[in-house]
Design a protein around this ligand. Structure first.
Ligand code: GFB
Length: 300
């Protein structure tokens, strides 16, 4: 099957071991004209749509309009043009930040719309929720069989390591690297108390391929290790891998974001069976090794 991967050089897309990978400099997915041109050029039978405007809590709070607009445009263009070109399979990516902030835990696929998302990334979260709403509407009206997946916080080598806009793990890796190089203290945002579930990008890519092959329904699927750690534990693990010994300062003037978003991966396990997730320590080690080796060329 001719599979097209959008975001093919990104955090998840780069870990897909197959598929046609149009470059974002050749096709602007926020433009429906470019998306039509991409379909004509590649004629895919399936699309794994990993491309998105993403960022951490800081970027989401500083650029809510960009996050809302670009993701709404990209997702609606891909979903609509995929249908019009008879694409058989389409997978879109949501994120566990789409879930309501005030909800009974654990998060599962039936709870997405039970209340507003956390304020720190609501515009992005609503744009991502809309992708699944639109997919379900197309499946109902046009009998397509598209579905979305809902990963927890994804990390891995090909991330964006921007100090202000990146997600927590790449931002901290970059910060510890610089603090060690300049022999300074490390400043971490927030209290360190919030909890997160982290999943390695290669695991998300492998699970996506299994779902493309096996999944015959259209209900969204959470992709999660269902293993929570605190931000403080993440900081300590990254510092340990770098052998960083200077002081760690928690700057509580910076946002903590959502306190936690514990997700239930039982539906995923029903579909693909047991999965051997990459351990956080191993994933962080591989990511840090990649970061140090490619410092001059990575996105930062
Ligand atoms: O990955 P992150 O920025 O976003 O993680 P979310 C934020 C948590 O990490 C907060 C702490 O508790 C921050 O206080 N943190 C500590 C830091 N130091 C830093 C730092 O240097 N940079 C960053 N970024 N955080 C995101 C959503 O929420 O989750 C996205 O905003 C997306 O849209 C992503 O859904 C998966 O986990 O809070």
């Amino acid at each position: 099957m001719r599979v097209l991967v959008t975001g093919g050089s990104g955090l998840i897309g780069s870990e897909m071991k197959y598929g046609l990978k149009p470059r974002s400099k050749d096709y602007d997915l926020t433009s429906i004209v470019d998306v039509y041109r991409m379909m004509l050029d590649y004629k895919p039978e399936a699309i794994i749509h990993t491309a998105a405007r993403v960022g951490g809590v800081g970027a989401n709070m500083n650029y809510p309009a960009d996050f809302c607009r670009d993701n709404l445009f990209m997702n609606s263009n891909i979903i609509d043009v995929a249908y019009r070109y008879g694409v058989k399979k389409l997978i879109c990516y949501l994120s566990t930040c789409v879930f309501p902030d005030d909800v009974i835990y654990p998060l599962n696929e039936d709870k997405i719309h039970l209340g507003p998302p956390h304020f720190s990334n609501a515009p992005y979260a609503y744009a991502k929720r809309m992708a699944d709403t639109m997919i379900q509407a197309y499946n109902k009206q046009y009998n397509t069989a598209y579905f979305s997946v809902i990963p927890t916080n994804v990390y891995g080598p090909n991330d964006n390591y921007h100090l202000e806009n990146a997600h927590v793990i790449p931002a901290l890796i970059h910060k510890v690297y610089l603090a060690k190089q300049n022999n300074t203290d490390l400043v971490v945002w927030g209290s360190g108390k919030p909890l997160r579930e982290f999943i390695f990008s290669r695991d998300v890519a492998q699970i996506t391929s299994l779902l493309l092959e096996k999944y015959e329904h259209t209900k969204p699927v959470i992709i999660s290790t269902s293993y929570e750690v605190s931000i403080k534990e993440i900081v300590e693990t990254i510092c340990d891998i770098f052998n960083f010994k200077n002081r760690i300062i928690f700057d509580t003037s910076k946002p903590d974001g959502q306190y936690r978003k514990p997700s239930d991966n039982s539906y995923l396990k029903q579909i693909i069976g047991d999965f051997q997730f990459t351990s956080l320590r191993d994933g962080l080690q591989e990511t840090i090794t990649h970061f140090e080796k490619n410092y001059n060329t990575i996105r930062k």
